[in-house]
Ligand binder design. Structure first.
Ligand SMILES: NC(=O)c1ccc[n+]([C@@H]2O[C@H](COP(=O)([O-])OP(=O)(O)OC[C@H]3O[C@@H](n4cnc5c(N)ncnc54)[C@H](O)[C@@H]3O)[C@@H](O)[C@H]2O)c1
Length: 214
């Protein structure tokens, strides 16, 4: 099966499984049963087994899954053969928080540059990465071999960045602004808006309360 056929939700869970497995590995745990992994993720063992079957992982031994082997297998599915470089566009509160949080994770993905328009930030090193001017965005993205952009600029200017991002050859966008963006086919985009997500949680809380009252 090509990785393109793996459902989005399975990809998200594989990333979560890997983080859990890496923690277990650090604690010296060598094997884990599907129901234990499932319990740690708050899902069913059937779901875990189905996800791992989908990616062709079947080495469930009497002791459960071999933690190291499973991490390697998931690496082979999720990671690109070469490390991917990420740029943060808008190195304000959120951009800096994301960089600080993400670059400590030791993944095959690294935030290597920031772009901003603030003269006090451009030319500085912030959270251990260089901050470049938006004026030279396309040339710098190309010379730094950046594949992915994280958008943490003001929402009102987010749509102005679609064309520069496409022209610069960026292949994936994680958009944190409150302006949902569309890109041409071939560019992966994930819009992550905390207000939408919180409203979704609040809606289901309300639904549960209403159902409990009935
Ligand atoms: N999705 C979420 O969970 C979430 C949470 C908080 C904030 N946000 C959004 O993230 C964005 C940033 O929020 P913040 O609190 O970090 O704001 P901030 O004002 O601290 O940072 C914004 C940064 O963008 C820079 N900027 C302005 N115009 C730019 C341009 N044309 N190109 C590149 N950079 C530019 C600014 O100089 C500043 O450094 C906002 O759109 C906000 O709505 C999303």
């Amino acid at each position: 099966m090509s990785n393109n056929n793996i459902p989005e939700k399975t990809i998200e869970r594989l990333s979560e499984y890997r983080r859990t497995l890496m923690n277990l590995h650090r604690q010296g745990i060598t094997h884990i049963f599907s129901h234990v992994l499932a319990g740690m993720q708050g899902i069913t063992a059937v779901q875990v087994r189905r996800d791992l079957m989908l990616i062709g992982f079947s080495s469930d031994t009497k002791k459960g899954y071999d933690v190291e082997v499973l991490i390697d297998f998931i690496n082979g599915i999720l990671d690109s053969p070469t490390p991917m470089n990420i740029a943060v566009i808008g190195m304000g509160h959120l951009g800096q928080a994301i960089t600080r949080y993400f670059n400590g994770k030791g993944l095959n993905l690294k935030i290597v540059a920031a772009f901003d328009v603030d003269p006090e930030k451009v030319g500085q090193t912030i959270e251990e990465i260089p901050c470049y001017s938006m004026d030279d965005f396309e040339a710098d993205v190309s010379s730094l071999d950046i594949n992915i952009a994280v958008l943490s600029c003001p929402s009102r200017i987010a749509s102005d960045l679609v064309v520069p991002i496409v022209n610069a050859g960026i292949k994936g966008v994680l958009n944190f602004t409150s302006k949902p963006l569309n890109f041409p086919l071939g560019i992966v985009v994930e819009n992550y808006d905390i207000t939408t997500l919180l409203e979704k949680v609040a809606y289901f809380v309300k639904e549960n309360e209403e159902n409990n009252e009935m």
